[in-house]
Each structure stands twice: as structure tokens, then as C-alpha cells.
Design a protein around this ligand. Structure first.
Ligand SMILES: [Zn+2]
Length: 350
């Protein structure tokens, strides 16, 4: 099968489009999916760069998000059949550890991600547990393959951050950094669905204009404006109730300065660097809650898929590239030029 593989860690020039052995035939409880589109995430850049803990065997097929057609099913799989149009939840859990048994599949002690610890989705075929695929809901207009591929990772991540972890409520104010990214865009829409007032930032005025189309109440250019000062002014010195972080070192101080009393900060990433500090006196005096969050559990995935089916969480696709241009797609992501998801499409094998 054709696939986009990383031949060695060290950057985008180590990516190749090449032939590799087909994904293994589905075993008990598994399905093999003929991929029609794969969406890129920042995670994929970390893998390509060789972040410790990511891919260790090469060539390695990249990509976490994907959508396509079920090609075959393994023994015992009754809920899906060949020909079903599906999208993939990239987080693979063992369904046996104490966290899985408690329904917290993203806390699984053996949690692995497609394209990071396992062969990824930028390939003609991928084999995954049947637990990890969902039928693409019927919408009007129908979801494109690119939209279906763009949905899972960022929507699931943002849903858990805002709904399960931060418990955002109507009337609250939420600050979302870097609105070009997929998690941030999903966070904006989920916060709006819950009746929050949302302040978003970007260094790009065109992205801020687009964010207003997607429901942002206030937009700030974090290159030309001091975010915490603007937030204080916009909230009558009160600060926000929730900060959605995935930038890390570059924004951490400003995130803390934007928090109001009793506020929550929830983070799922550290793209600008992992080290940050905090004055503990401010943490306890203001009763802040700092929360980490990664991906989401099976119930949360089912819920975001259900919401997608109601037309509420249609993902935003930035650009779509053919498989032959997968490296160009990675370059666009690396430059941070995108608004929404960068997607690679694959031809049908049928
Ligand atoms: Zn587990």
C-alpha cells in the first residue's frame, strides 16, 4: 500500500511517499479501514522532529486522524461491516486496566496514539480496534472525507477540556489562545455551544476575522496587544473563568494573569515549550484550578460524534492536499499558516 512514512527522525525532509506492506489483516475485535483522508495534528510534527517517546521504529507511517471505508472486519466484530463509512478515534486503549474499567480510556496505562506509537493514518490502509471507529453521521450537506478526517482528535480533546474538565457554564468567559489551531477552533465552538462568552487570540488579523465568523465574541492580536491587560479591561478587572491553553511557555504567564478568582486553566499542550512557573501564593489565594487533559474517553467520543450528527461540531478544514504533496501539507502546519485542519486525501482503492 502507499503511505507517507518517516524514514528517520529529524524533520519534514525525512518524510517519503512510498510502498510499504499492507496494514495487517484484522484480528479479533479489529477492523481494517481503507483511508480516504487523514488530517494532520501538531503531534505529527513532534513525531517527525523526533520528540523523545514518539516513534522509535522506521520507516514509520505518520498521521493520527483518519476517515475512510471499512475494508474488512475481524472475528467477533458485529457492529461494523465492510463498506461502512467511518472515522477513527486515534487513541488506542487496552480496555482492561483499572482506568479503562472505570471508563477513563484516555488515562489507560497502555494508551497509544496512531501515528505516534502505532502505524498511522496517512496510508491506504490502517488496522484499528473496532472500539476506535465511529460511523460518519449523515449531515446536510454531507461531510466530506476531509471534514470527517479532521474531526476526531481536536474535537474530542477540546470537548474533554471544556466540558469534562473545566465544566464551562453559560455566562462564563473563556479565553482561547491561538485560534488557527484545530483544538482552539473546536474549543471556541464548544464554549459557544455551552453559552459562554469567548475571547480568542491570534497573531494574524485574518484568522481573527475568521474567528468572528465562527462565533468569537472578542478577538485579540497577541502580537500587538497585551492579552492579560485587554482581558482585565474587557472583564471589568475581573479576569476570565476558563483559559484554554495549548501553547505552553510562551503564553503561560499571560494565561495566569488573565485568570479571575476561582478560575480554571486547562492545558492539553506545550507547543512553545514545556517549562513554566507559578507563584503558589496566587494559586491558593485566588483558588485557581490548573488542569491537564489529553484526548478523551469512549463516552466523550460518542458524545462528540452525536453532536456532530446534530450539525453542531462540523470541523473546519484549512486545505486539502493529495498524498503526493503530504510534505507540503506538513510544511504548512509547521509554519502555522493554517486556520483549521490541514488534510491529506488518498485515492479510493476500489
Ligand atoms: Zn487501559
Amino acid at each position: 500500500m502507499r503511505a507517507c512514512v518517516l524514514t528517520a527522525p529529524g524533520g519534514i525532509d525525512k518524510l517519503q511517499i512510498t510502498d510499504v506492506p499492507d496494514a495487517h489483516a484484522p484480528e479479533a475485535g479489529e477492523v481494517r479501514v481503507g483511508i480516504r483522508a487523514a488530517a494532520l495534528n501538531h503531534l505529527d510534527l513532534f513525531v517527525v522532529e523526533g520528540l523523545p517517546g514518539t516513534a522509535e521504529r522506521f520507516p514509520h507511517i505518520v498521521g493520527a486522524d483518519g476517515a475512510g471505508v471499512v475494508e474488512s472486519v475481524g472475528p467477533g466484530v458485529t457492529v461494523l461491516r465492510a463498506g461502512d463509512r467511518v472515522m477513527i478515534n486515534p487513541g488506542i486503549s487496552d480496555y482492561t486496566c483499572e482506568f479503562c474499567r472505570a471508563g477513563e480510556h484516555s488515562l489507560c496505562v497502555n494508551y497509544r496514539l496512531l501515528g505516534e506509537h502505532l502505524p498511522g493514518t496517512v496510508a491506504e490502509l490502517v488496522t484499528v480496534p473496532a472500539h476506535n471507529v465511529a460511523r460518519i453521521p449523515s449531515l446536510s450537506p454531507e461531510l466530506t472525507w476531509a471534514e470527517a478526517a479532521a474531526f476526531s482528535l481536536v474535537t474530542l480533546t477540546a470537548w474533554r477540556m471544556l466540558v469534562t474538565r473545566a465544566r464551562v457554564k453559560a455566562g462564563e468567559t473563556v479565553l482561547v489562545w491561538g485560534i488557527g489551531g484545530g483544538v482552539s477552533l473546536a474549543a471556541l465552538r464548544i464554549a459557544k455551544l455551552h453559552g459562554a462568552r469567548v475571547i480568542v487570540t491570534s497573531s494574524d488579523d485574518a484568522k481573527l476575522a475568521a474567528a468572528r465568523q465562527y462565533g468569537a465574541d472578542v478577538t485579540l492580536n497577541h502580537r500587538t496587544q497585551k492579552v492579560s491587560r485587554e482581558v482585565r479591561a474587557l472583564t471589568n478587572k475581573r479576569g476570565v473563568d476558563v483559559v484554554v491553553e495549548n501553547v505552553g511557555a510562551a503564553t503561560w504567564d499571560e494565561s495566569l494573569r488573565s485568570l479571575g478568582r476561582g478560575a480554571r486553566l486547562v492545558t492539553c499542550g506545550a507547543t512553545s515549550g514545556p517549562q513554566a512557573s507559578i507563584d503558589l501564593r496566587r494559586l491558593f489565594w485566588h483558588s485557581w484550578t490548573l488542569m491537564g487533559s489529553t484526548m478523551g474517553n469512549a463516552a466523550e467520543y460518542a458524545e462528540v460524534v452525536r453532536r456532530l450528527g446534530k450539525g453542531e461540531l462540523r470541523p473546519v478544514v484549512d486545505r486539502v492536499y493529495p498524498l503526493s504533496d503530504a510534505r507540503v501539507a506538513f510544511e504548512r502546519l509547521a509554519k502555522g499558516e493554517q486556520l483549521g485542519k490541514v488534510v491529506v486525501e488518498l485515492p479510493s482503492r476500489a
